[in-house]
Design a protein. Structure first.
Length: 452
């Protein structure tokens, strides 16, 4: 290295360079301070610095939760170190071996681990493995698919402590309390699908079957606050999530179809259609839809059954006692979709009118209100399961390509502004009993995009 280059790289700065360095440092520090101050001000303006939002960090349960995560991380690191040491020694011996049958596999594993980023391996382990799938196409018109996977359902960050929040949807004004004792739910899934495709416009008919088992499923339940003596008070109950110790099962079938409305569909009839050019637009029209049926059940937890027995007494009256099994939380009995679409690739125009319908969905398992009096029944009232009633809605989506990658889109969601209801379990009532009803309103959006 020449002396001049060494002075440039490692020499002292001249006075002019020192002054410029100080000015840039001051400017960067001032910019960072302004950004921090602006962020703090925005938090304050949005009331995000209120003590009630940060008091969970003063709770023992919060630090127990964080400590559990810390110890889990340290345990994982220790286990990884042991595995890495053992695996490294095995690969070292194999790499140095004179036997090709031992040396070549060791070299292949070493080069693979060197070349693949660690972050990618983490994503594969958590999001891909263990899963396997197969696609088989015995004919041009038939595709068979099958898949198996194992995954976990994780609690949300709200469960970090016994933190109280208000539900963010219009369907309820009840309080939701976090549950730091929630555990992961193991999910095992099987599914198979057969697709039949034909015609110039790839018309489709498909049949899918699926089977899913969930250990200790995470479900929502409504619980009465025993410290609140006013049974009719809106804050006398709260929602929370819990692990149902029973295994949940979801089995079902899905039917899907899509058909182009082109006039060539009717050529097999032999009927000559005059002025076919006038109906050319039908080549760009298609109709489609799917229907899914779910058999999703789980046995009631012992907590639910105990509350029921306290109210209905023993032996339970079969005309009043709750069933041993109920719908799995958050699972509908059926879902239906249908749409009619116009897609013209030359014009760059796409218009879709979509219809969506869903059956009732379990919103929260039932609860019992304990008797605050020293004598009398254990429970003064019992509320059966609550469901979000079935509803339907209509959506319209329009997109148009303009010029050199520019496009504009318009969407109108829930055009029907359908009424939503919270109802009590219709299987346990003589008729549909509505607890509350509400509307979500219509949602309009306009987007402009540019692809380059």
């Amino acid at each position: 290295m020449s002396r001049a280059l060494e002075d440039i790289l490692f020499g002292d700065l001249n006075p002019k360079a020192q002054a410029m360095t100080r000015a840039v440092s001051v400017a960067v520090a001032a910019t960072v301070l302004l950004l921090v101050a602006g962020t703090v001000y925005q938090f304050h303006a949005a009331s995000q610095l209120d003590g009630r939002l940060w008091e969970l960090f003063a709770w023992k349960s919060t630090w127990d939760f964080l400590a559990k995560g810390l110890f889990g991380t340290l345990a994982s690191a220790a286990a990884a170190a042991v595995i890495a040491l053992v695996l490294g020694l095995v690969l070292l011996v194999g790499r140095r071996s004179r036997l090709r049958v031992a040396r070549w596999p060791a070299i292949a594993v070493i080069e693979f681990l060197r070349g693949v980023p660690t972050l990618l391996l983490i994503y594969v382990c958590f999001l891909v493995l263990p899963s396997v799938g197969i696609n088989y196409r015995p004919f041009d018109w038939l595709t068979l698919r099958g898949a198996y996977s194992q995954s976990v359902a994780r609690p949300s960050f709200r469960e970090i402590g016994y933190y109280v929040s208000v539900a963010s949807s219009a369907k309820t004004d009840e309080l939701t309390v976090g549950n730091p004792q929630l555990q992961l739910s193991d999910v095992e899934s099987w599914d198979a699908r057969a697709e039949f495709v034909w015609g110039t416009f790839a018309d489709l008919f498909a049949v899918s079957v699926f089977d899913k088992k969930i250990d200790d499923p995470i479900e929502q339940i409504v619980i009465h606050d025993d410290s609140n003596f006013d049974v009719n008070s809106p804050i006398s109950t709260f929602r929370t999530f819990f692990n149902n110790p029973n295994q949940g099962k979801i089995q079902g079938i899905e039917l899907e179809a899509r058909k182009s409305l082109t006039l060539s569909t009717f050529d097999f009839t032999g009927v000559e259609i005059p002025n076919r050019d006038l109906f050319e637009f039908l080549d760009y029209l298609s109709i489609g839809g799917n229907y899914s049926y779910f058999d999703a059940e789980v046995k009631r937890s012992e907590f639910e059954r105990a509350r029921s027995r306290q109210f209905f007494r023993q032996p339970p009256d079969p005309n009043h006692a709750v069933d041993r099994e109920r719908r799995l939380y958050g699972q509908p009995e059926w879902i239906a979709n249908a749409d009619i679409s116009f897609d013209h690739p030359i014009w760059g125009t796409r218009v879709t009118l979509a219809y969506f319908a869903i059956s009732d969905v379990l919103d929260a398992a039932g609860f019992g209100v304990p008797n605050q009096a020293p004598t009398g029944d254990a429970l003064v009232s019992y509320t059966i399961d609550r469901y979000v009633d079935s509803y339907e809605q209509l959506d319209l989506v329009i997109s148009q390509k303009l010029w050199r990658g520019f496009s504009v889109g318009l969407s109108a969601k829930n055009l029907t502004d359908s009424k939503r209801r919270i109802i009590y379990d219709p299987k346990q009532t003589s008729h549909r009993i509505t607890e509350r009803e509400y509307r979500r309103g219509r949602d309009y959006s306009l987007t402009v995009s540019w692809k380059f």
